[in-house]
Each structure stands twice: as structure tokens, then as C-alpha cells.
Design a binder for this molecule. Structure first.
Ligand code: SME
Length: 156
């Protein structure tokens, strides 16, 4: 049975380090991808109170909305479209300090100001992406990138 998440304190890096261990334990022994995405989104939301955190799954040449926490969001995103589609196409993490400056950004929420999108791979193929949105400008940096990539690597 899942235990309550212990909310970490300290620097962002310290918070991520403890959160990573907790997510690793939470996902251990469970191979259902949707269940693991759902708990990962909840854990990230609970620790950092991000505006929106969730997954899109690659399904027939589109990204389709998966487990998330936050306001309702658009359900389908095309290959190369928006920040999510760009991360899928580039096969690398995309950090957007100001969504207004990203050509083709898809505004699911008018309050979202910055964003990070991390692709998730299985057998070298991108099978999903993690999208985290913030209501603050320039919210995400290399620490977020490093830890969110490590957390995404836990999702098989
Ligand atoms: N802003 C994203 C769309 C997804 S929502 O933010 C949840 C994008 O440009 O791809």
C-alpha cells in the first residue's frame, strides 16, 4: 500500500533528491504505466505545487492526454506541435522560460507562463512526454531538467 508522501524541505535539489527516492519506492513492483504516471504526477504536484503536471502518451502519431494534476487541458497534440510536440520531435527536454516567446506554444491555460517538457523512452522510442507548467516566468532550470529526466526514466 502507498504511504503518504513525506514533503521534503531544503533546497530545490534536496527536495528533488528525496522526492526521487520516494517515487522510486512508489513505482517499485508496479509495471502498469498509467498507474505509475498517475502517482508520479500526484507526487510532483504535492511536493512542488506546480500549476500543471502531467503526461501525454504517443498514440497513432499524436500525443494524447494521460494522467495529470491541475486544470483541464487539451487532449491531443500533433507531432512537432507546441512545446510537447517539439520535445517529442527533438527527442530531448525542452525548457521554455516564457511561453509567449515560443512560436506555436499551445496555451491550455492562460495562467501558464513557463514550461518544461521531458520525453520518455522505451526501447529508444519516445512513448510519452512529461509536461510541467508554472504560473511563474522562468521557473525551470538545469536542476529541474536533471531530476525530471531521472524521474521519467523510472517509468518503463
Ligand atoms: N503548453 C503545451 C500544451 C500542453 S498544456 O500546457 C498542459 C504545449 O505547448 O505543448
Amino acid at each position: 500500500m502507498a504511504e503518504d508522501l513525506k514533503i521534503a524541505t531544503g533546497t530545490k535539489e534536496e527536495q528533488y533528491a528525496l522526492l526521487y527516492k520516494q517515487i522510486e519506492a512508489l513505482l517499485q513492483g508496479e509495471d502498469d504505466r498509467i498507474a505509475n504516471m498517475a502517482n508520479t504526477a500526484a507526487a510532483l504536484k504535492e511536493q512542488f505545487n506546480f500549476w500543471w503536471v502531467g503526461f501525454y502518451l504517443v498514440k497513432q502519431e499524436q500525443l494524447v492526454l494521460g494522467p495529470f494534476q491541475g486544470p483541464v487541458a487539451c487532449t491531443r497534440i500533433g507531432y512537432g506541435k507546441g512545446v510537447c510536440g517539439a520535445a517529442w520531435e527533438r527527442k530531448e527536454t525542452v525548457i521554455v522560460p516564457d511561453v509567449e516567446q515560443f512560436p506555436g506554444h499551445i496555451a491550455c491555460s492562460s495562467l501558464s507562463q513557463s514550461e518544461i517538457v521531458v520525453p520518455i523512452f522505451h526501447n529508444q522510442e519516445c512513448i510519452a512526454i512529461l509536461d510541467v507548467d508554472s504560473e511563474h516566468l522562468d521557473h525551470f532550470d538545469e536542476i529541474d531538467k536533471q531530476y525530471l529526466e531521472r524521474i521519467c526514466a523510472l517509468i518503463k
